[in-house]
Ligand binder design. Structure first.
Ligand code: TPP
Ligand code: MG
Length: 920
């Protein structure tokens, strides 16, 4: 039994009256049946809503269209022309995929996703989606990745793409024309930077990004940075895609933030890649309850107009009952069945239903369309969505996967991956689309089916272009029009970090917090900084920023915070600057993407700094980071509490020794592991200039505002005195990835070179002293801020030499730098050995032409809960291990007696037979 706490706990002030109501209901159920009872109840709740009785929302409604036909608005378009345009687009989308696969077998492409959603997109393109030609940012439209052929087909009709582009679908490098002018398989701004804006093909990422984009638009508006009132965010989602946790994971935020600037269109074709999405249930009903429960406005578009007539006759509720009780697996079956089967199995069992469709032929029965193919129903839903206030809207549109592509494709379980069509199938498609005049039989006889584009002076073309002109130009279109330029901070902003911490012990995280505050205070530039913090500000010691910068809260702070009397109280404000996302790294990354692409998507460069637990960044939301790179996002990602041994006590799932490696896999990510505050300042200063400064170096992918790149920096929580920037060191030395930090001490005879990064600086420096004091070794110290950069530059040199043997020998920067050092090279890091190993191939050779010994000390293996000292000893990266590594290398080359190494191990308590930490 389920209890309603409300009715059970409040006193009944008139039990007699209550009983009368209950008796009436019982009487209706007995005499008129349950359908009638349900009908009356639903009328009562509707009335209660109208009179604002405040009855709780139901999570499900019957399996019907939300907007009844009598409330459908007049359709303002030219129905005939739109239908014809849809037919052209459908045709070209199919032909480009078919042709691509005839020309290059296995090149892939998708026919059936767009075939099911053509009307959903086209109603948007003809009536709703706003472009940018009025000088504003327009709408943000997230297109389902697999629907790309349909979007190319429309751009072709608009004259934005030509035959050779379509012929080069999925041939981005060579293509038949060999001009590299191909079309990317899916929406990739990186590869088609004038066209695509939102990379969506990794399922679930488009949906979550669209929510945070809508919220970020509100943030910009509330902070008086950009007027976003006219921009709507549209996101097209697959019904199968809803299984990804990212898709539904943040929908409550959209309702909580009252994002009525957000519309989702879920294409419920009931199928995903392998088969039905919910064969045994109904995906539309399931999604309805989830979205209603989360506070969204839900509009179901289930049935096409022809069903309205049948429903009007449904006095016994038998049709509704059948609709409600038929599962999706059966609906899919009906989509592939002939009229006789539908008559027999859907309408057949109940004589009242059978009678209802007596007047319809088998063909008419089969042609009863689903709502998602009915432009009038779609128009009504989109209009209602744009007029909705106070909540986001989701449109659940029922379609057939592969619609119009013929019986061998439509609704088949294999439909998602069908990419070939025979000439006969294409002929059927041509007939179905009534394109005989445009595509004659003769054109389909050979192996090269034609595209079709109506002439420029045709009514179709004029209409198509006229609609887009009225809606401010074509879409998707990635145009960078900087409407509000960014002024970079003056050079002296960073001076305070050059002098060191003056005897005080601080961490790089503390230094960064101070830097962030300084940057936020810079006039003009400051408001463009977007600090993003998941629920960890206190962990990072950044809670001091709450009061000064305030946490963004669209509705302000309606309560008095518990710590209101403290200097550092929890302060929320409508124009707050900090995005405090709670425990969602995915949400923080979606913020980062929205802010980091605002230069392109809104013409307003914004500078996100997203600081997270380094373990929960690339590892946890790596795919969102990959998509941010594809979207050409800019900004700074900061992995705090970095290092496998710098975070005491936390253990295996917290101690990060590999995010630098993961970060190095992202082509546009600049990866740095600084040890000192002045290094951090140099990297941030250079980063701002590279990303947001005016000119882009030749050969680098960028735009008018700077390079399309972003930074990943590690921040540690270990406190030590921040040294001043050594006099001989320039900012360029620091950002180059490697520079000599301290020369070898005078006196000792044997040379060695130690490279350190991040918090490993302590062990390296102590080792230098130990080596000089006890072992007659003079080690010089180098700070390695970015092994990724060193490796990339070395690879570029290697490649140049491979292809240009005629040029004089050129050394990689890292090789050249290390050539000025002597002795064995030992690199120590709080990350995996693979990080320094990135340069192992590029160490210089000695006078005899033999590569100098190179040893990486790092933290391979799972973390442990322990003290920092114990961890560093365990992972073999502490002072003693650095000393032993140097000595052992010297012994290897015969410069030292092995006994010295054994003595040193004893001195530093190293057990030569200790188990290997990377294997435990
Ligand atoms: C994260 C992720 N996993 C798997 C895929 C591979 N994939 C591409 S399309 C598809 C099925 C899509 O089904 P649905 O979301 O219902 O879209 P439809 O094509 O039916 O509109 C799958 C599994 C992907 N693109 N992204
Ligand atoms: Mg689907």
């Amino acid at each position: 039994m389920s209890l309603d706490g409300y009715a059970a706990q409040l006193p009944d002030i008139d039990p007699g009256e209550t009983q009368e109501w209950l008796d009436s209901l019982d009487a209706v159920v007995d005499s008129r049946g349950k359908t009638r009872a349900r009908f009356l109840l639903s009328r009562l709740t509707e009335r209660a809503r109208q009179t604002q009785v405040g009855s709780p929302a139901e999570v499900n409604t019957p399996y019907l269209n939300t907007i009844p036909s009598e409330l459908q608005p007049w359709f303002p378009g030219d129905e005939k022309l739109e239908k014809r345009l849809r037919a052209f687009i459908r045709w070209n989308a199919a032909v480009m995929v078919v042709k691509a696969n005839r020309a290059a077998d296995g090149i892939g492409g998708h026919l059936s996703t767009f075939a099911s959603s053509a009307a959903l997109y086209e109603v948007g393109f003809n009536h709703f989606f706003r472009g940018k030609e009025d000088g504003l940012a327009g709408d943000h439209v997230y297109i389902q990745g697999h629907a790309a052929p349909g979007v190319y087909a429309r751009a072709y009709l608009e004259g934005r793409l030509d035959d050779h582009h379509l012929d080069n679908f999925r041939r981005e490098i060579s293509g038949p024309g060999g001009d590299g002018d191909g079309l990317s398989s899916y929406p990739h701004p990186w590869l088609m930077p004038d066209f695509w804006e939102y990379p969506t093909v990794s399922m679930g990422l488009g949906p979550i990004n669209s929510i945070y984009q809508a919220r970020f638009n509100r943030y910009l508006h509330n902070r008086s940075i950009d007027d976003t009132a006219e921009s709507r965010v549209w996101c097209f989602v697959g019904d199968g895609e809803c299984d990804e946790p990212e898709t539904l994971g943040s929908i409550s935020l959209a309702a909580r933030e009252q994002l009525d600037n957000l519309t989702w269109v879920i294409n419920c074709n009931l199928q995903r890649l392998d088969g039905p999405v919910r064969g045994n249930q109904k995906i539309i009903q399931e999604l309805e309850s989830i979205f209603r429960g989360a506070g969204w406005n839900v509009i179901k578009v289930v049935w096409g107009s022809k069903w309205d007539e049948l429903l009007a006759q449904d006095v016994d509720g038998v049709l509704l009952h059948k609709m409600n009780t038929t599962v999706d697996g059966d609906f899919q079956r009906y989509a592939v069945s002939d009229g006789a089967h539908i008559r027999e199995h859907f309408f057949g069992p109940d004589p009242r239903l059978r009678k209802m469709v007596e007047h319809l032929s088998d063909d008419e029965l089969r042609a009863l369309p689903r709502g998602g193919h009915d432009y009038q129903k779609i128009y009504a839903a989109y209009k209602a969505a744009t007029e909705q206030r106070g909540a986001p809207t989701v449109i659940l549109a029922k379609t057939v996967k592969g619609w119009t592509l013929g019986s061998q494709v439509e609704g088949r379980n294999a439909t998602h991956q069908i990419k070939k069509m025979t000439s006969a199938q294409l002929k059927d498609l041509r007939d179905r689309l009534a394109l005989h005049d445009a595509i004659p039989d003769s054109a389909l006889e050979g192996d090269d089916p034609p595209y079709y584009r109506p002439p420029v002076d045709s009514p179709e073309h004029q209409y198509l272009m006229g609609r887009r002109k009225a809606l401010d130009g074509p879409l998707p279109s990635r145009v960078i029009d900087i409407r509000r330029p960014l002024t970079l901070p003056p050079d002296d902003t960073y001076t305070e970090f050059l002098g060191g911490s003056g005897g005080q012990s601080v961490s790089t995280t503390m230094a960064f917090t101070r830097m962030l505050r300084t940057l936020c205070r810079v006039p003009e530039f400051g408001p463009r900084v977007v600090p993003i913090i998941p629920d960890e500000a206190r962990t990072f010691g950044m809670d001091s920023l709450f009061r000064e910068l305030k946490i963004y809260a669209s509705q302000g702070q309606k309560y008095e915070p518990v710590d209101h009397d403290l200097l550092l109280s929890y302060a929320e404000a409508q124009d707050g600057q900090i995005l405090e996302e709670g425990i969602t790294e995915a949400g923080g990354l979606a913020d980062f993407t929205a802010a980091g692409t605002a230069y392109a998507h809104r013409g307003v460069p914004m500078v996100p700094f997203f600081i997270f637990y380094s373990m929960f960044g690339f590892q946890r939301v790596g795919d969102l980071i990959w998509a941010a790179a594809d979207a050409r996002a800019k900004g700074f990602l900061l992995g705090a509490t970095a290092g496998r041994t710098t975070l005491a006590g936390e253990g295996l799932q917290h101690q990060d020794g590999h995010s630098l490696l993961l970060a190095s896999t992202v082509p546009t990510c600049q990866v740095y592991d600084p040890s000192y505050a002045y290094e951090l300042a140099a990297i941030i200063e250079e980063g701002l200039r590279r990303m947001y400064g005016g000119t882009v170096p030749e050969g680098v992918s960028g735009d008018v505002t700077g390079e399309s790149t972003f930074y990943y920096l590690t921040l540690y929580n270990e406190n030590y005195e921040m040294p001043a920037r050594p006099d001989h060191v320039t900012a360029a030395d620091i950002t180059s990835g490697l520079y000599r930090w301290a020369p070898a001490p005078a006196g000792p005879a044997k040379p060695a070179t130690i490279l350190f990064s991040g918090s490993a600086q302590g062990a390296a420096r102590a080792a230098q002293t130990e080596l000089a004091e006890h072992y007659d070794v003079a080690a010089e110290l180098w700070s390695a801020t970015s092994y990724k950069r060193l490796r990339e530059e070395a690879l570029a040199v290697e490649r140049r030499r491979r292809f240009h043997p005629e040029l004089p020998v050129e050394l990689a920067p890292v090789t050249e730098k290390l050539a000025s050092t002597a002795g064995p090279i030992i690199a120590v890091t709080d990350f995996m050995k693979a990080i320094p190993d990135q340069i192992a191939r590029f160490v210089p050779r000695d006078d005899a032409g033999v590569p100098r010994p190179f040893t990486s000390l790092g933290t391979d293996g799972f973390g442990r809960s322990e003290t920092v000292d114990a961890l560093r000893h365990f992972f073999e990266t502490d002072t003693g291990h650095v000393v032993v590594a140097v000595l052992s290398s010297l012994a290897d080359t015969g410069d030292l007696e092995p006994k010295v190494v054994i003595d040193a191990m004893e001195r530093y308590g190293i057990d030569p037979d200790a188990p290997d930490p990377s294997r435990l």
